[in-house]
Design a protein around this ligand. Structure first.
Ligand code: AP5
Length: 211
């Protein structure tokens, strides 16, 4: 969990590499639906471009389907749950699967830094690899290091939309952290996302491995 641009996707790439988990990002799943050209994808894109959250019933149905489809191995959820209702639905799904939630990782970052990171973010449309024009530039400007494809900017990465996404995080997603704190059943790991990506990763990995 964490506000837009805190580094969830960046850290997820590294965690998958180190721990071999399956990464399920709700945002990536919705963008793939949009890319498929379906009517649902068009509806999702119209909501995402405003910075508002997709309605809970749609999110819960799509994420439950994706979670149940993962066979074996650890699961890394990125961007879900984002409301208390989604958190409750996730609990139900995991209970049915007899799979406990081990930890909630929260990456924090300051608002101004978030705007700077998101407006400078670029990614590879095929592999999803994330770059930043200043902080993590590709070797050749605008080109993915691994496959040479042109990098793209997300439609919702404009400053006014980022501020809406930030407001949605504060109003609708931060209460989910309280929800998990109140259950007292899950390990909560809060890391300072203002550090370098390597330091953020070190903090998450050592907290996950600690007893
Ligand atoms: P989603 O795709 O989940 O976006 P987000 O949460 O806004 O997060 P981002 O992907 O923008 O940021 P990130 O934290 O992954 O940062 P990143 O690693 O890329 O959601 C998009 C939309 O989908 C939502 O607005 C909503 O409409 C909808 N949606 C999704 N899930 C939903 C749900 N559950 N319910 C309802 N609606 C939902 O890093 C950002 C940039 O910073 C990059 O350029 C990176 O290179 C750079 N960077 C990363 N870490 C560092 C660092 N430590 N130092 C310097 N730069 C860094």
């Amino acid at each position: 969990m964490g506000p837009p641009g805190a580094g969830k996707g960046t850290q997820a790439e590294r965690l998958v590499e180190k721990f071999g988990m399956v990464h399920l990002s709700s945002g990536d799943i919705f963008r793939a639906e949009k890319a498929s050209g379906s009517q649902l994808g068009e509806k999702l894109a119209a909501i995402m471009e405003t910075g508002a959250l997709v309605p809970d019933d749609v999110v819960v149905e799509m994420m439950a389907k994706a979670i149940v489809a993962v066979k074996g191995g650890g699961l890394l959820l990125d961007g879900f749950p984002r409301t208390v209702a989604q958190g409750e639905a996730l609990d139900e799904t995991l209970t049915k699967m007899d799979t406990p939630l081990d930890a909630v990782v929260i990456i924090t970052a300051a608002d101004d830094e978030i705007v700077e990171r998101i407006t400078g973010r670029r990614s590879c449309p095929s592999t999803g690899k994330i770059y930043h024009v200043k902080n993590m530039p590709p070797k050749v400007d605008g080109i993915d290091d691994a496959i040479g494809e042109s990098l793209v900017q997300r439609d919702d990465d404009k400053e006014d939309v980022v501020r809406q996404r930030l407001a949605a995080y504060k109003n609708q997603t931060q209460p989910v952290i309280e929800y998990y704190r109140e259950t007292g059943k899950v390990k909560i790991i809060e890391v300072d996302g203002m550090q370098s990506p390597d330091c953020v990763f070190g903090d998450i990995a050592s907290a996950l491995q600690a007893e």
